[in-house]
Design a protein around this ligand. Sequence first.
Ligand code: ADP
Length: 305
Amino acid sequence: MPASVVVVGSLNMDLVTRAPRLPRGGETLIGESFATVSGGKGANQAVASARLGAQVSMIGCVGEDAYAGQLRAALQAEQIDCRALSSVEGSSGVALIVVDDSGQNAIVIVAGANGLLTPDVIAGYDSVLAAADVIVCQLEIPMHTVGYVLKRGRELGKTVILNPAPASGPLPADWFSCIDYLIPNESEASALSGLPVDSLESAERAAGQLIAAGAGKVIITLGAQGSLFASGQGFEHFAAPRVKAIDTTAAGDTFVGGFAAALACGKSEADAIRFGQTAAALSVTRAGAQPSIPALSDVQAFKAS
Ligand code: ADP
């Protein structure tokens, strides 16, 4: 049996419109194209972990609309166990995205069903959490649900990863002792610590502040600069593989999913970071979110080249 990752988080249908420019208030524009693409940070990270070698279960909620079936099918196509996906009243999570000809975008996210993922729903799937090697959570579901999952994961003795995305401020202080790996990007690290983060040095200051606040281990992802690992023992910088970036969408999700899969499969922390970075580097060489996430064989072939 491959090692098991349980992702507790969001599923969104991305409704992506291309238009010559972003519309102004009250304006109607003629768009150039439209596509529906499965997304949501939870689902993206589940897909990444599954493609990168783990047995994955996802705990989440979809609505009672046409998107629910598509969101579920996208995960099932990756052999992700969807028995812990609940159907709830109302719409599935959606992201309304307009991209203009210069690549600039405007996005409205509606939590929909993701907002109805309560601790009660999670408690109904306690056996799924109990079967995990690694539990992964993000912040696109209610905060009190995230707090419940972190605490329950700690009680069950699991390796607990929090990707604090999106972040708008500091985390509740009592979460830190329940998290093994806190993985923010630069802007999230800044929101969490209240410090600017735009360089390796400033990332060290923010990571140091998060460790002082009680975080055990922190990995701040730094885009093309790789990532900074921090623990009570100090800092280590992991440089990213050099690639030609085409589209960095889902780089962070690929890193988190790949890191979780590698840890679950028994790799050391440092090797899991390198593995996640190689997977994320490959993802930025391809367009889109879920379609850009590489398979384990792609990562192995890249390392061998
Ligand atoms: P997010 O997508 O959440 O903003 P980052 O931009 O920090 O996260 O990217 C996450 C990881 O993806 C980085 O730590 C790095 O390993 C990899 N990555 C991102 N951009 C590049 C790039 N241009 N070249 C190589 N690796 C990249």
